[in-house]
Design a protein around this ligand. Sequence first.
Ligand code: OSB
Ligand code: MG
Length: 371
Amino acid sequence: MRVRSATLEELELPLVEPFETSFGVETTRRFLLLRLESADGLVGYGECAAATEPLYSGESIDTAREVLLRHLLPPVVHAPSVTADGFRSDVARFRANRMAKATVETALMDLEGKQQRRSVADLLGGGRARIEVGVSVGIQPTVAALVRQVGAYLDSGYRRVKLKVRPGWDARPLRAVRQAYPDIELWVDANQAYPTRAVERIREWAERYHVAQVEQPFPERAIRAHARLARDAQFRVCLDESIVDEASLEDALEARALSSLNVKTARVGGVVPGRALAQRAARDRVPVWVGGMLESGVGRAHNVQLASLPVFTLPGDLSASDRYYAREIVEPPFVLGPGSTLAVPNRPGIGVEVDPVAVRRARRRAVTLRR
Ligand code: OSB
Ligand code: MG
């Protein structure tokens, strides 16, 4: 297909409540929305999940914007013909910048789906009609507030809860949540906040409070520390930030550093790389699931399409639109259904429409490249 124009918009959407992790607090989400228009008038959307500051990974919204405008988008609008496959191999020579690459990869997948009148899930090999999801709960001002917040999510139908933890916010909140809700499936995510000497301390509270999964407690490169924690653990050790490509996954599998894999479209450069990593982990019987980056409905829609593939067997961090934003930018919004599930839209591409009024309200700046 031929791409006639690429519009990169910077949007800002207020979160329904502040989201605090070991990195800091976010109260609004600034992100990039990419709109690709084909010569035959179809439109594909992708979202760049990079945050305002380069805390989760080296990318920020501003580095991603620069890489997109300078390196990734010009060839897409000037080539006589573009495919998602071709784009992936063309940009493989550029190092890192996976969130920027995922923005274009996903927009092209949406466009190809629309052109072929097939959903992105269908392009990826076909998936389930509904996916199981959980909710990721930020660090709260007090333990009482956390227990209330978890209670509210359970009341609205979420069955598995992931608590953000960090040194100083772990055993005490876990004890209170476990006491209040003795039977819930509890995961934690530290976003690399612990020093590698904390292996035994983490093991202690994770086992005492029956935590099913501990995600990325140690720095990205600390593969052996994750392996030490995983050895004989009664919980799964999940890797998120450490796994960015096939080589990092191979090394972690060989070191037995993971017993679960969080696959994020943004972190790994798109939905096709995400599928490949999931299949590789599953081959070693490591269960996989789809994580999130507080995406708006566009990024969420791509994540939901990916999560519908049968290789993803654990509930994703893909909550309903109203868990994140008061004003969603897609129609229809994602809503939580029976059994802690979201429906997978089965219309062409990502299966949801972008709401132009909501986008205009959230827009901070925009630039269009034309052929
Ligand atoms: O580590 O999983 C993470 C949000 C932003 C950055 C990193 C992470 C997260 C989440 C939220 O945990 C997941 C979601 O989108 O619901
Ligand atoms: Mg994580």
